[in-house]
Design a protein around this ligand. Structure first.
Ligand code: AN7
Length: 340
């Protein structure tokens, strides 16, 4: 098989696509799984990082989007729509562009990371900034898709879950089937649902350890959060669409869904970049923050899903990082700054 095959071609035997079906792909999937030496030491377990930020649009959403948009083309759709905290919007916009479909994305006004906004706009999607949060946007977009022939590509779309489950197959391949726990950030809960589905289909059962931001932790508190708040804008979600499935995944795997604070998320975000060489976005760092905070629950081998690339949110990074050093164009001045 071609080294650049996307997830449909690579995993067709486990996906609802026949060989003659149209495939809209950007070569997603097959992302690296990297051993995190420093974090392994801190946790006392073998910790691997699944770098989903290396997908074509910089997040895990591409695995599901190739399936959702391919199915939309198969069904004769002319447009796709989604509500999004940013990454789904960027991915939907890219795959819609590739497919020649209209893309429409609804985002919470002023609350999505700069890189994601740039992507959605560059790919030619119609970007609508809703004066309301993600939960309201999803509610409205579901009602809209019920009334008009527009394909809804949020993770309430079954094809999204089908595509995203392929990450589990890759992790099992890379670890020869032996993994004790999976740490994953949880927002709308599509991804934890998908990973668990993939593991079950492959006959594996690692503990699913999901992490929500403290200010946006409905699954931890057991009720929706009306005004979710967190620095990790991707997971600023108060009423996850896949609530039941997330709880099922947690229960069936003897896992847990727990909360991490924004300072804990940001500490993990900086640690990953400075000590592991991996730049992810804040929401992704929640998985590692949770592992550092709560430990591995006895697991010897753990994978953390780093869901999105750090370049998605340059503003968050520049707020956390050290300052740039200004320098006069003179050797002495430069020497001082370099050597001191
Ligand atoms: C980087 O793009 O919901 O629990 O609209 O972008 O499957 O929702 C993004 C979610 C984790 C949570 N990490 O995954 C959207 C959106 C990143 C994300 C999640 C998201 P789900």
């Amino acid at each position: 098989m071609s080294r650049t095959a996307g997830v449909i071609e690579r995993h067709r035997d486990r996906l609802p696509f026949a060989p003659e079906d149209p495939v809209v792909t950007l070569g997603e999937g097959s992302t690296p799984l990297v051993l995190a030496e420093r974090i392994s030491e801190l946790v006392g377990a073998e910790v691997h990082l699944k770098l989903e930020g290396l997908n074509p649009t910089g997040s895990f959403k591409d695995r599901g989007m190739t399936c959702a948009v391919s199915a939309a083309v198969r069904e004769g759709a002319k447009a796709v729509i989604c509500a999004s905290t940013g990454n789904t919007a960027a991915s939907a916009a890219a795959y819609a562009a590739k497919a020649g479909l209209r893309g429409v994305v609804i985002v919470p006004d002023g609350r999505i990371a700069t890189g994601k906004l740039a992507q959605a706009l560059m790919h030619g999607a119609r970007v609508i900034a809703l004066r309301g949060n993600f939960d309201k946007a999803l509610e409205l977009v579901r009602a809209l898709a019920d009334r008009h022939p527009i394909a809804l590509v949020n993770s309430v779309n079954e094809f999204r879950v089908q595509g995203q489950k392929t990450a589990s197959f890759e992790i099992l391949d890379d670890l020869d089937g032996r993994i004790d726990a999976l740490c994953i950030p949880v927002g709308n809960a599509g991804n934890i649902t998908s990973y668990w589905k993939g593991f079950v289909e492959a006959g594996a059962a690692p503990r699913m350890l999901g992490f929500q931001a403290e200010g946006a932790a409905p699954l931890v508190h057991g009720h929706p959060i009306a005004e979710p708040e967190t620095i990790a804008s991707a997971i600023r979600i108060g009423n996850p669409a896949r609530w039941e499935e997330a709880i099922d995944a947690m229960t069936a795997s003897r896992g847990a869904i727990r909360a991490v604070s924004d300072p804990e998320i940001l500490a993990a975000y900086r640690l990953l970049a400075a000590s592991e060489g991996v730049f992810c976005e804040p929401a992704s760092a929640a998985a590692v923050a949770g592992l550092l905070k709560y430990g591995a629950d006895g697991a010897e081998r753990v994978a953390c899903v780093l869901t999105g690339h750090g370049l998605k949110d340059p503003d968050a990074a520049l707020e956390q990082a050290g300052a740039v050093l200004p320098c006069e164009p003179q050797l002495r001045a430069l020497e001082r700054l370099v050597l001191e």
